[in-house]
Design a protein around this ligand. Structure first.
Ligand SMILES: Cc1ncc(COP(=O)(O)O)c(C=O)c1O
Ligand SMILES: [Zn+2]
Length: 364
C-alpha cells in the first residue's frame, strides 16, 4: 500500500501525492500510514527508508551520528551526538524528509515560522534541493541566526512577535505553489526522529532509559514510535523507559499530566519553550500508558549541566543541556529504572555563542 495521510480524529485519508500540513477536514495533526520492513541499507537517514514514508536519499550527511558513552554517577550514559547533523541539530532528519517531499511534489517555495534550529535546517535543505525558502522570524531572534539563514540563500521575513510570525506564515500559504513545513505538526518530523531509535539500536543500545527534551514533542514521539516499531517487528523485547524534560518557564506536558504548574525560569532552553504542542494529547497518553514521567528544570540546573557537557568535550546548546539536567533531577527523584541511559544531544553550541558569552561573563 502506498503511504497515506490519515487523521486519527476524523478518519480523513489521502495519498502522499498531495500535501497537507494538518487535517483539511478537522484541523488535527495528521499521521502517515504505511508498511514498515526492517532492511537497513546505505547510510544516514536514508538507510532506514524501508521504515519511512519516503526515501530522501543521502542529501547532506544527515543522520548516522556517533553514540559516545561515559560513566556518570554509576550509570552508563550514551550521548547521541545529534548536534553533528549538517545544520547542527536533529531537525535535519525531519527536514530532509519534508523538503524532499516538497521537491518531489513540484513545490518551488517552502515557508516556515521559527526562530530556532528548524529555520536554519529548512534553509540548509532548501539550498541543497534548489527550493526557495522564506523563514518568518520575530525581529528579536538573534542576528547571527538571521545572517546564517540569509547566507544559505533563504529570505528572512521579520515579524513583531513569534505569534505574528505564525499568523503571517498562514497568509503566505494561501498560494498553491507554497509548501508549509509546519515542523511542530508534521509527521515527517516525527518520522525523521524515528531514525534516532533505529541508529541507536544498530549501535548497540538495546534497553534502558531515554531522556528526551520536549518542546513540540516531535523528538519524543519519533523516538517512541521508532522503539515501538522495533518491538513490534520483534527486534527488541521491551520498550525503554522514557523520561521527558521540560522547563520551568513553559511546561504544557507536565501540567496536563500532573495537573499542576511550577514557577521559575528556564529561558536558556528556548528550544523547548512551546506553549501549545499540537500533539499534546498523544504525548500525555503515551506517558500514562507506559507509566513514564516528566521532570522540570530551571536555568541554574541547565547552566550546571551545560558546564559539565563542555568539560566532557560536547559543544552543545543550552536546550540540549536541559536533557542532562533532567537526568540528574530524575536520578535525585528516584525515577530512573535503567542502567544504560540514552541522552540525545540535540543542538550545537556553535549556533548559540551569544548565550555562551553571556554565561561566561556571568562567571558561570
Ligand atoms: C536543540 C533542541 N532540542 C530539543 C528540541 C525539542 O524538540 P521538539 O520540538 O521536537 O520536542 C528542540 C526544538 O526546537 C531543539 O531545537
Ligand atoms: Zn481530521
Amino acid at each position: 500500500m502506498n503511504p497515506q495521510w490519515i487523521c486519527k480524529r476524523c478518519g480523513f485519508s489521502d495519498e502522499l501525492s498531495r500535501y497537507y500540513w494538518r487535517c483539511p477536514r478537522c484541523g488535527a495533526p495528521l499521521d502517515l500510514s504505511y508498511e514498515v520492513k526492517w532492511s537497513p541499507r546505505g547510510t544516514g537517514v536514508s538507510r532506514y527508508s524501508s521504515m519511512l514514508p519516503i526515501d530522501p536519499g543521502y542529501l547532506l550527511g544527515e543522520g548516522n551520528t556517533p553514540l559516545i558513552s561515559r560513566d556518570i554517577n554509576g550509570h552508563r550514559i550514551y550521548f547521541k551526538l545529534e548536534y553533528l547533523n549538517p545544520s547542527g541539530s536533529f531537525k535535519d532528519r525531519g527536514t530532509s524528509l519534508s523538503l524532499y517531499l516538497a521537491k518531489k511534489l513540484g513545490y518551488k517555495i517552502v515557508v516556515e515560522d521559527t526562530s530556532g534550529n528548524t529555520g536554519i535546517s529548512v534553509a540548509t535543505y532548501a539550498s541543497a534541493l534548489g527550493l526557495r525558502a522564506k523563514i518568518y522570524m520575530p525581529r528579536t531572534a538573534p542576528r547571527g541566526k538571521k545572517a546564517v539563514v540569509e547566507m544559505l540563500g533563504a529570505e528572512v521575513i521579520e515579524t513583531g512577535s513569534r505569534h505574528e510570525a505564525s499568523i503571517r506564515v498562514l497568509e503566505a500559504i494561501n498560494q498553491p505553489s507554497v509548501f508549509y513545513v509546519a515542523h511542530t505538526w508534521s509527521p515527517l518530523y516525527t518520522s525523521g526522529a524515528e531514525t534516532i531509535a533505529y541508529e541507536v539500536y544498530e549501535q548497540g543500545f538495546r534497553k534502558g532509559t531515554v531522556v528526551i527534551p520536549i518542546g513540540s514533542g516531535g523528538l519524543f514521539l519519533g523516538i517512541v514510535r521508532g522503539f515501538t516499531n522495533l518491538v513490534e517487528l520483534g527486534l527488541l523485547d521491551d520498550m525503554p523507559q522514557i523520561i521527558g524534560v521540560q522547563g520551568y518557564s513553559v511546561h504544557p506536558v507536565y501540567r496536563e499530566l500532573y495537573g499542576r504548574s511550577h514557577k521559575g525560569s528556564s529561558n536558556l532552553a528556548d528550544g523547548i519553550m512551546v506553549p501549545n504542542p499540537p500533539r499534546l494529547t498523544e504525548i500525555v497518553s503515551l506517558i500514562k500508558k507506559y507509566k513514564w514521567g516528566i521532570v522540570l528544570v530551571g536555568n541554574n540546573e541547565i547552566t550546571n549541566a551545560l558546564k559539565n557537557l563542555y568539560r566532557m568535550g560536547f559543544i552543545v546548546e543550552p536546550t540540549s543541556a536541559a536533557a542532562l539536567a533532567g537526568f540528574y533531577k530524575a536520578l535525585r527523584q528516584g525515577l530512573v529504572t535503567g542502567e544504560n541511559i540514552l541522552i540525545p544531544l540535540t543542538g550545537s553550541g556553535l549556533k548559540t555563542i551569544g548565550t555562551i558569552i553571556q554565561l561566561s561573563l556571568n562567571n558561570c
